[in-house]
Design a protein around this ligand. Sequence first.
Ligand code: UT7
Length: 341
Amino acid sequence: MTAPLPAFGAPPGRAPVIVGVGGHVPPNVVTNDDLVARLDTSDEWIRTRTGIAARHVVTPGTATSDLAVEAGRKALKSAQDAQVDAVVLATTTPDHPCPATAPAVAGRLGLTGVPAFDVAAVCTGFLYALATGAGFLASGLAERVLVIAADAFTTIVDPADRGTAVIFADGAGAVVLKAGDADEPGALNSVVLGSDGELSDLISVPAGGSRQRSTGLPPEPGDEYFHMAGRATYRHAVERMTAAARQSLAGTGWAPEDVDRFASHQANARILEAVAERLGIGPERRLSNIEHVGNTGGASIPLLLAQKSADGELKAGDRVLLTAFGGGLAWGAATLTWPEL
Ligand code: UT7
């Protein structure tokens, strides 16, 4: 894991500060009962094992960039239509294997010409993209960065796999970062990132990349779909998110009781509870929307922040702890103070 970097060691005036947030989900809602109609599962199993009651799912013709553009537009509006000079997009479901999706998103947002690129860190993608955006600010490469995380996970999940089809869903979230001061509301404090490629097989899409294509053989049936070893992933998720969160808190100089709002990647309600309990953060301080949106991959943290900021559960001045975990394996945590938006 990286050592926590308080305000990224940014020079004065170049600390990453959130000045806008936006979220978007496609309008089509799929309930547990809709899934029960075609899968060997039950509403009770899904609710008790995952905390999910319904999720938003793209309909034919809607791709990741369409979700990303909507979230990006809302984040720019929330930042009072600030100009940005870079776009970073975290996604596991790019519109195409090549090119990156970010340039098309930037173009549709009227940002043609700015650097725009994708970051691939699966469900931790938002935290990796946030750190990348912060690096652009600290180095002086940009004054303002639009950081988006968008996933149309249902386009890669096997609709017949009850282990993944009941969890994963579609959505997008975004923040605008500006170069500012470390003590401003909205400033990101300590960010911790880590990975373990020895466990890359726990979460993967086996086919479609150079590894499978280099064999010269067609993919095995089902290998173009997302595979997850659920039980093992669950255990690593709890351990890694707890450890990363503790490290980020220590880097910020906060105790768990200093955290007003715990905003974790919405992997599974039981995972969130286990991590929060280990950290000693009570239910009244945990933010969650998994019941209504499912696990939206990399999009889940900024989507959660956007929704909770809009409904008032997340307020200006709240001290927020973020944490995420997913394929790679890759994980991370960060602390920040929520801005007035
Ligand atoms: O987002 C990034 C990373 N992802 C995660 O962090 C997700 C991590 N994993 C999980 O959330 C959970 O492992 C799952 C929700 C995927 C599965 O829950 P679980 O409690 O770990 O169940 P399991 O995989 O150990 O399966 C228990 C039983 C099995 O049946 P047997 O072998 O005990 O007879 C499964 O076949 O539950 C069965 N099962 C289901 N039953 C009804 C698995 N999926 C379903 C289902 N409906 N949808």
